[in-house]
Design a protein around this ligand. Structure first.
Ligand SMILES: Cc1cc2nc3c(=O)[nH]c(=O)nc-3n(C[C@H](O)[C@H](O)[C@H](O)COP(=O)(O)O)c2cc1C
Length: 340
C-alpha cells in the first residue's frame, strides 16, 4: 500500500500522547518486558501494556524482580492493567502503580475466564455496573494518571445497555475505552463484531479503541473502517508478528517508521536473550513456551517448531531445537497470512 488509507490523529488523554493510536493488548504470560522490547525494536506501538495484575497482589510485588513488573526505560509509554473486583482494592493498587511510575492504569472489565468471573472481576464486572462505577470513581479520585477500561461487548447483544455502560465509564472519569469486539462467552473462533464498536463511538466522546482479530494490515484497515474507532489494539497478532505495529503505523497511519526487516530466527534468539537477561531461571521456560505457541504460526509447519520447544526441559534445549528447525526450514516461505 503506497498511500496511507486512514491517516489517524494521535490520541491525547490527560498528559499521555498515544502516537500512533496503536496499542499493545494485555496478555497473561506474554506482554512482559521481553515481548515489549522486541516490539519496540521495530517501533510503531503508541502504548504498551503489562499483563493483567491482581489488584490484591500488586502491593506486595517487588518491582525489581517480579516477572510481572520488570521493565526497561525503553518500554514507554507503558500502561498497567489491574484485575480488580471491588472499590476497596483500588487505593493500595493505585499506590503501587504510582510507585512504579505507570504511564496509565487500565481496568480489566473483559476477562471471561470462569475463575476470574467467580471472584467478580473481569467480564463478570460488566454485569455489576454499580460496582464498576464505585471502582472507577475511587480510582479517578486517587490518581491523575490516564485511566482506561478494557471491555467486551457484554453478555448478549444489547446496544442500549452497552452504550449506557460506556457512558457511565465516561461519566466516572475513564479517559479511554478499548473494546474486544466479542460477547463474554464468545471464543476466538468467532469473527469479532467490529461494527458494534461504531455504536459505542456514537455514544461517548472519549477515544474508543477496537480490539480483536487483527493479524495483518488488511485486517487493521477493515477494522478501522467498520468500527470507526480512534485506534487499534493488537493482542495475539503482536505475539505472532511483533513487527505488525510498524507495518500498520507505516501503511495505514503514514508514520515514518522504518520498513521492518524481519529475520524470524534472529527475532526468536533476541527474545530468548531478553528472557535470560531479565527473568530468573524459573520464570523463563514457561514464557518461552507461551510465546512459541503464537510465534510458530509464521511457519507453514510451525506446529513442529512449537512442539519441539514446548517439550523441552530447559531454555537451552529449546533454543537448540528451534535453531535446528530454523536450519531445516531455511528458505521455506513463511506463512503468508499467519492467523491464530
Ligand atoms: C494468552 C492471552 C492472554 C490474555 N490476557 C489478557 C489479560 O491479561 N487482560 C485482558 O484484558 N485481556 C487478555 N487477553 C485478551 C486480549 O487482550 C485480547 O482482548 C484478545 O486476545 C482479542 O484480541 P486479538 O484477537 O488481537 O488476540 C488475553 C488473550 C490471550 C490470547
Amino acid at each position: 500500500m503506497s498511500q496511507p488509507v486512514a491517516l489517524r490523529q494521535p490520541i491525547l488523554i490527560r498528559d499521555l500522547r498515544i502516537d500512533p493510536p496503536l496499542l499493545l493488548a494485555p496478555m497473561v504470560g506474554l506482554t512482559h518486558t521481553a515481548l515489549r522490547q522486541v516490539i519496540c525494536d521495530f517501533g510503531g506501538a503508541g502504548l504498551l501494556s503489562t499483563e493483567m495484575l491482581s489488584a490484591r497482589s500488586l502491593p506486595v510485588e517487588n518491582p525489581g524482580v517480579s516477572p510481572y513488573l520488570i521493565r526497561t526505560a525503553s518500554e514507554k509509554p507503558l500502561s498497567y492493567q489491574i484485575l480488580i473486583s471491588s472499590a476497596q482494592e483500588v487505593a493500595p493498587a493505585v499506590d503501587a502503580l504510582h510507585a512504579v511510575n505507570a504511564d496509565a492504569i487500565d481496568l480489566n472489565l473483559g476477562c471471561p475466564a470462569p475463575a476470574v468471573a467467580r471472584r467478580g472481576a473481569g467480564a463478570g464486572l460488566m454485569e455489576q455496573p454499580g460496582e464498576v462505577r464505585r471502582i472507577a470513581a475511587e480510582a479517578r479520585k486517587l490518581t491523575s494518571l490516564p485511566l482506561t477500561a478494557k471491555i467486551r461487548l457484554g453478555m448478549d447483544l444489547d446496544m442500549g445497555r452497552l452504550q449506557d455502560f460506556c457512558s457511565m465509564l465516561e461519566d466516572e472519569g475513564i479517559d479511554l475505552i478499548s473494546v474486544h469486539a466479542r460477547l463474554k462467552q464468545e471464543s476466538f473462533a468467532r469473527n469479532p463484531r467490529w461494527e458494534i464498536i461504531a455504536g459505542i463511538k456514537e455514544q461517548v466522546t472519549i477515544p474508543v479503541i477496537a480490539n480483536g482479530g487483527i493479524f495483518s494490515v488488511q485486517d487493521a484497515e477493515k477494522c478501522l473502517r467498520l468500527s470507526g474507532a480512534d485506534g487499534l489494539m493488537l493482542a495475539r497478532g503482536a505475539a505472532i508478528r511483533p513487527w505488525l505495529f510498524a507495518e500498520i503505523a507505516r501503511e495505514l497511519f503514514g508514520c515514518a517508521v522504518p520498513t521492518p526487516a524481519v529475520s524470524l530466527p534472529a527475532l526468536f534468539c533476541r527474545f530468548v536473550d531478553l528472557l535470560n537477561e531479565h527473568f530468573r531461571p524459573e520464570h523463563r521456560l514457561g514464557r518461552l513456551k507461551q510465546f512459541i505457541h503464537h510465534f510458530a504460526r509464521n511457519y507453514q509447519f510451525g506446529h513442529h517448531l512449537a512442539s519441539r520447544v514446548q517439550s523441552s526441559d530447559s531454555v537451552e534445549e529449546a533454543r537448540e531445537r528451534a535453531e535446528r528447525f530454523f536450519e531445516d526450514n531455511e528458505g521455506c516461505p513463511p506463512s503468508s497470512r499467519p492467523s491464530p
